[in-house]
Design a protein. Structure first.
Length: 60
């Protein structure tokens, strides 16, 4: 979550000077959509978090 927030803050919310809170919410929505529409960007957040999609099979 922190990496997603960082990605949105450095692009869509950088230097945002909206008149209403809704302006920031719209910008954040656009940022989340941008990240989700990328094929690799969402997956790049997993490695620094120590997460994987295919965990190792537990040994019996």
């Amino acid at each position: 979550m922190e990496l997603l927030w960082s990605a949105v803050k450095t692009r869509e919310l950088a230097n945002l000077a909206g008149d209403h809170l809704a302006d920031a919410a719209d910008a954040a929505d656009r940022g989340i959509h941008r990240v989700c529409s990328s094929e690799q960007l969402p997956w790049s957040f997993l490695t620094p978090a120590g997460l994987t999609i295919h965990p190792q099979t537990p040994q019996n």
